[in-house]
Design a protein around this ligand. Sequence first.
Ligand code: GLN
Length: 456
Amino acid sequence: TKAHIEAIEKARALNAFLTETPELALAAAQDSDARIARGEARPLEGLPLGIKDLYCTKGVRTTAASRILDDFTPTYESTVSANLWRDGALMLGKLNLDEFAMGSSNETSAFGPVVSPWRRKKGEGFDDAKIVPGGSSGGSSAAVAARLALGATATDTGGSIRQPAAFTGTVGIKPTYGRCSRWGIVAFASSLDQAGPITRTVRDAAIMLRSMAGHDPKDTTSVDAPVPDYEAAIGASVKGRRIGIPKEYRIGGGAEINALWDQGVAWLRDGGAEIVEISLPHTRFALPAYYIIAPAEASSNLARYDGVRYGLREKGRDIADMYEKTRAKGFGAEVRRRVMIGAYVLSHGYYDAYYVRAQKIRSLIKRDFDEAFAAGVDAVLTPATPSTAFAQGEKGAADPVEMYLNDIFTVTVNMAGLPGIAVPGGLGADGLPLGLQLIGRPFDEATLFSLAAALE
Ligand code: GLN
């Protein structure tokens, strides 16, 4: 814990932590030492973790990287973080993210972007460009990649665990919708949001997810199903496993990405897996449908930030004026854009044309996966992202859709509610990490862990 606290202090230029809690961490570490000495160690005893600042932490400022929650200190603990503390882990601090988890590069944080510890190759040396750690869980991925935390919590609505993991050479799993409780995690798009870990290894992810997961009566969408010992799945043979390769995903990335994908296929085939081409015909509609559903739910979830119940309040002539001024000042540009899109697609006269259609597409995407699994496919292998990480300011400044395209391989998984894991696949020509993604059957994270460990 002390080594991690020192590493955090030395790496402040990365801007990975929004709040550091060294005193709490050291006190918890002492308690852990005492338990270990008594022979009463819990499963995660004394393991120092970072917590994405979207998880409410009792008595510790929680901002969602937004001005509107600048001085919000929850009086309660999210279920998932409470599960980690129950099992003996301890908190080093709260990690930066895109504002309300909206973004793919951690550049929308009200507290400044996170910098990846990775550097891009240039000739014989390195570029000076600041590389993004991905988003929205960019503080989590940067902290784990830079060895500032042993592991970190993250959340994934359209790719925010898997894309930052891929960009930083770390492992990230978005479990099945309902596997982890969303209680006490600031909501973005409630039907898509899931908690999960970012870690250095597949084994660490398996250990951490087991503690995070489980039924919670406080979240009616959390599922009452046993949580298996995921660690036990690691080391299992991939022989005879049937891996689907969706032909529609060929179009998403460049030659380098397709080569990485072929490499992943070869690794699994060498291990004895059976590789089959599959078709997920509605893939191309996933991104546009996601960017209707996610903003629609966000506009509804963010209605609660009205200057009355939480955080920031600006002065106004009357209550409507106060709302307007508070929200105009408290929300950044990307959040305002999402709220406007969401309010528009939910409004009378547009609801059927946009929102209802997007929901129908969502059903078709889910059905595509159902059919592949019904045909005997155990997991689907794809690239995690269409490129390696880019530099700050390089994408999305003129056209936000350029940034949204980053999610092309990940959003389908949230739309279908399935588990997906990102695992490092190698380095691109620019020296930056590339990730592979495995998508599994509902509640079959164990298979993903066993396959991912074979790719690691
Ligand atoms: N990049 C996507 C978005 O901006 C996904 C974000 C996420 O998964 N939280 O909506």
